[in-house]
Every structure is written in structure tokens, then in C-alpha cells.
Ligand binder design. Structure first.
Ligand code: FNR
Length: 378
């Protein structure tokens, strides 16, 4: 059954998704900020990290589980929050919730999800974390917070790296908008991709499901620039559960957030969708880990394309790792089977890499001695 989808790596998923998705949708998922130098550099930095294989360590039994915030996750990776996932395929949000439930891993549910936060919390079997954007004067933001708490969420992911939505030329070229609008240009694009169009548009075009337009209308491009440290303190007081701050690349910010009451920090460049000149997130991860010491919970996303990349993030200091684009590509390529296949590919890649490094648990990966450095620093 496995691999019937043709997915043997995340690159396969991306290639198949590119064929199936309208250009506008593919570029919404795949695109990055500015000239996309940052996105390329981020992948390059990940590739440049080399790991040292070890021998004779009896690695016959390997365990991929990790405990995070006191809960056992069966895989060392989870789902980063992403808006409008149902553009990849109808019910993509529910597929993500389902796999999160099966493997008991955190499922980031975006403020701008295409399925409402209550439905996704239930579908994920309580593994979902709600991701919050500050918007407008903040009053709508606090309403969402209350809704998330009432729905049962115990962990909030506050994304802070979008004071303004980044300029992503690939989206702009296609006239990409949320809520979704279909003009003549999009109509042609959809006509050229009938497989996607028939399946997706038959279900009605995806919507920003957390906003019914009565209480609070969400504008994706609305400025969030007014958020400051006072706002962080207000949110910290308003949210009794775990608070994860996503989108941090500076060690100084990380230290201040820890002191201001964040329970964890998610080092992330938003997949380089915000600042083309951002440093490779994987390199800042190590810097931030060194600044915070070994105990403070540090999560990571951005530029993960394989199980080996996941292992590298643990070696660089992560306590948990989140995936973005590649999951949507797997769904676009093969629906839930595509997602399951990629999930299994990543799990195998992690397990094989652990065997190569001579470790049997994820905890043993958190050690920079796995890094290979060229002789004489050359
Ligand atoms: C995102 N990301 C994101 N992050 C967030 O906090 N809230 C959101 O609504 C979204 N929406 C979103 C949509 C799409 C299509 C993508 C690709 C990404 C960012 C996401 O959580 C994560 O930081 C990056 O995707 C990680 O980079 P990779 O793994 O995609 O390279």
C-alpha cells in the first residue's frame, strides 16, 4: 500500500502537488518573501549541517516518541499552524487533525484556518494548539482567545513575526486574496487544473472558517503592528494555559520572552515568508539554545524537508519540531494517503538517521557532538 502515492520524499510530494494544484494555490503554499533568497539560504544552511555517523552502538530498538508539556507524542514532529489548508485539497484541515490524533502530536490550528477551531479541536482528539494573530485594536483577538478556551484548548501559540503580512511576489502576481475570490485570471488557472477544481470547487471555495462576519471580520492583510510588550503582558494574563511564542529569531527577544512568562519559544522564520533577509532559522536555533540554556522548552520550524532535517533540528537544540509546506504538498499530491505516506517516509528517515548516529532515543539527539565540523575549521 505504502508508496502507491509515488511519494518517496518531500520533494516527490512537492513535484506531484505542483502538477495538480492551480498555479495560484501552489505559489501561495510554496512562495516566500521578496526575492526568496532567504528561503533558498535557509534550505542551503540545513543541507550544510553534517552529522557524524558512529558504529557498534547496538541501535536495534529505536524510540521516536517525545514528551512535551507532560504529554507523550508518538513522533518527534508536529503540524505547524497554516492558514487556508483546504486550498491544498478539500478537508485538508481534517486530515491533519486525524493524523495528529493517531500519532498524538500537536496540531497547530491557525487563526485563519479553513475549518473552525471547535471542529478541529474535537477532530484532533485534544492534541490541537490554537495559533493566535493579534489584529486591529486587539478586541477581536481577545474574543478568539475566549473561544479557544471554551473549545478546550490548553495551549496557545502566539505568532509574533507578522506585524505586517510580508510581500510575497508570487501571491501578488496571481492576485491571491483571502477570502478567496475568483476573477477571469483565476478562472483560467482553475480550468487548466480540472482535477483540483472539480474536487475543491464542488465543495464550495475554502473560507476563513473562524470568522462568521458578524462578531468580527478578519482581514488577512490588516496591520498587526500595534502589538508591543504591554500587549504580550495582557495576553499572558488573559491566557491561563501554556503559551508558546512563535516566530522568534533573536536571542535577546527569546530571553525577554522567557522572563515575561512565555512557556516555550518556537524559533521560526515563518518558512521565510516574512523577511527575505532573515537568517537561516536553523542557525539561530543553536544561538538561542546557547542563550537560554538546556532546560527552557524550545520548538523549531522552517525549512524542514526530511527526517534528517528533523534530526538536525534536535541536534541544534530543539525540544520539538514542526512541519509546514511539505504536509500540504503531500495532501495535494495524494489526499490522506499522501499525508500518511509522507508521515511514514519522515518517520523512517528519522529512525534510519538515529541508527547511523548510534542513538536509540530522541533525547540522545540533543547533543551538538553529533555535528561534524571540517578539520581545522576549513
Ligand atoms: C504558514 N505559516 C503560518 N504560521 C502561523 O503562525 N499562522 C498561519 O496562519 C500560517 N499560515 C501559513 C500558511 C502557509 C500556506 C504556509 C506554508 C505557512 C507558517 C508555518 O506555521 C511555518 O512557520 C512554516 O510553514 C515553516 O516553514 P516550512 O516548513 O514550510 O519551510
Amino acid at each position: 500500500m505504502l508508496f502507491e502515492t509515488g511519494i518517496h520524499s518531500s520533494a516527490d510530494a512537492r513535484r506531484l502537488a505542483r502538477r495538480r494544484l492551480p498555479w495560484m494555490v501552489f505559489d501561495y503554499i510554496d512562495g516566500a518573501a521578496g526575492q526568496e533568497h532567504g528561503a533558498a539560504l535557509s534550505l542551503r544552511a540545513m543541507q550544510d549541517i553534517r552529522l557524524t555517523p558512529r558504529v557498534l552502538r547496538n541501535v536495534g530498538k529505536r524510540d521516536l516518541s517525545v514528551t512535551q508539556f507532560g504529554k507523550l507524542a508518538l513522533r518527534p514532529f508536529g503540524i505547524s499552524p497554516m492558514g487556508m489548508c483546504n486550498l491544498a485539497a478539500p478537508e485538508a484541515d481534517l486530515m491533519l487533525a486525524k493524523i495528529a490524533r493517531e500519532h498524538r502530536v500537536p496540531h497547530g490550528v491557525s487563526t485563519v484556518a479553513s475549518t473552525d477551531l471547535e471542529t478541529l479541536y474535537k477532530a484532533s482528539g485534544g492534541t490541537a494548539w490554537f495559533q493566535l494573530y493579534f489584529s486591529g485594536d486587539g478586541s477581536g483577538t481577545l474574543k478568539l482567545l475566549d473561544r479557544a478556551r471554551e473549545a478546550g484548548y490548553d495551549t496557545l501559540v502566539l505568532t509574533l513575526d507578522v506585524p505586517e503580512v510580508g510581500r510575497r511576489p508570487r501571491e501578488l502576481r496571481h492576485g491571491f486574496k483571502m477570502p478567496f475570490r475568483i476573477g477571469p485570471r483565476q478562472f483560467l488557472d482553475f480550468a487548466m487544473h480540472p482535477g483540483w477544481s472539480l474536487a475543491s470547487l464542488a465543495k464550495g471555495s475554502p473560507k476563513l472558517a473562524n470568522f462568521d462576519g458578524k462578531d468580527y471580520v478578519f482581514d488577512r492583510t490588516e496591520s498587526r503592528a500595534a502589538a508591543d510588550w504591554g500587549y504580550f503582558d495582557t495576553l499572558r494574563m488573559a491566557w491561563p494555559g501554556k503559551l508558546v511564542v512563535k516566530g522568534v529569531l533573536s536571542a535577546d527577544d527569546a530571553l525577554r520572552l522567557r522572563d515575561a512568562g512565555a512557556d516555550a519559544i518556537q524559533v521560526s522564520s515563518h518558512g521565510c515568508r516574512q523577511l527575505d533577509s532573515a537568517p537561516p532559522a536553523i542557525l539561530t536555533l543553536r544561538e538561542i539554545r546557547e542563550a537560554l540554556g538546556s532546560e527552557f522548552p524550545l520548538f523549531f520550524d522552517s525549512g524542514i524537508r526530511s527526517g534528517e532535517d528533523i534530526v538536525k533540528a534536535y541536534v541544534m537544540g530543539a525540544d520539538f519540531v514542526f512541519l509546514g509546506r511539505i504536509l500540504l504538498f503531500a495532501i495535494a499530491a495524494g489526499g490522506i494517503e499522501g499525508l500518511r505516506t509522507l508521515w511514514s517516509v519522515l518517520s523512517q528517515e528519522i529512525s534510519l538517521t538515529m541508527a547511523q548516529l548510534g542513538v536509540t532515543t530522541i533525547a540522545e539527539l540533543k547533543d551538538v557532538s553529533h555535528l561534524w565540523t571540517p578539520p581545522n575549521g576549513s
